[in-house]
Structure formats: structure tokens, C-alpha cells
Design a protein around this ligand. Sequence first.
Ligand code: FES
Ligand code: FES
Length: 161
Amino acid sequence: MPEVKMTVNGKPASGQIEGRTLLVEFLRENLGLTGTHVGCDTSQCGACVVHVDGRAVKACTMFAAEAEGAEVKTIEGMAEADGTLHPIQQAFQDHHGLQCGFCTPGMVMSAAALLAESPTPSEAEVRDYLEGNLCRCTGYHNIVKAILAASGQDVSRIAAE
Ligand code: FES
Ligand code: FES
């Protein structure tokens, strides 16, 4: 089997893979990074979103081999080494942006990509950007609120739900 090498969360990572191995499978099964979830087999749910060379990518839509040499970031790479949550993670906690948590890794990674592109997005922009991330629990309201709060915007005008 061919070997693939990439950088994952700032560290070199490699493994023997089959050509058909998806990036999400490589992350979860070869590297044990199970924070990246698989919620569908139709590329719709967004639970598997990671960053590849700074771009949000559904890791179930990419072969691991396509990430050869890439810089990959997963949810495990978001918090500080001492466990301090990333500001987006903290905002999800503060604003109740999760219930079961299954969608949360993908939501956080998508939100981070959005805020990198657009540091103070409008509510409509956040909702639009999250079109590819499904949540069965929250109704999205508090997720949107958390992302706006993480961008440093005043969310006191947005009612709690
Ligand atoms: S697992 Fe659902 S979009 Fe990737
Ligand atoms: S918090 Fe349960 S799927 Fe989003």
C-alpha cells in the first residue's frame, strides 16, 4: 500500500493507505483523531469538516492521498496545549451552541474558516456559510449566536433560545 505524508495539527503524520482511503478515514482510523465525525454518506452533513491548507473541506469528500504534503487542521488542533479552548469553542460553550455535540467539530472548523475570511460577519453571512453543516438538535440559533460572539460582536440583542 502506498504511504501518505502530511502535517496534521502541526505535527508530521504518515501512514499506509489504499488509494480509496478517504481523508476522514485516515484521520480517524490511522491517526486516531476521532473528533472529526462522520454523519452521513452523502457529503451533506459537514460533521467531517477539517482545514486543508487553511480551507474548510469536508474530509469525506477527499482522498487521503490528495492531502499528500498538505497542512491539515482538525478539531483536536484548535485548543491550546494546556487545554484552553479556542475562542470559537469557548463561545459555543458560553452560548449553548451545542446539545449532543455530534455536529460541533464540523461547525467549529467551518466557523473558524468563515472568521478567517470574514472577521465580523453578519448574521445572514454566518447562516449562509453554515449551509453545508447540519445540526439535528439546536435549531442553529445558538450556533449562529456563538459564532457572532466569537467574532467579537455584541450578541445581547439576539434573544436566547
Ligand atoms: S460525513 Fe457528512 S459531509 Fe462528510
Ligand atoms: S448538537 Fe446535536 S447535531 Fe448539532
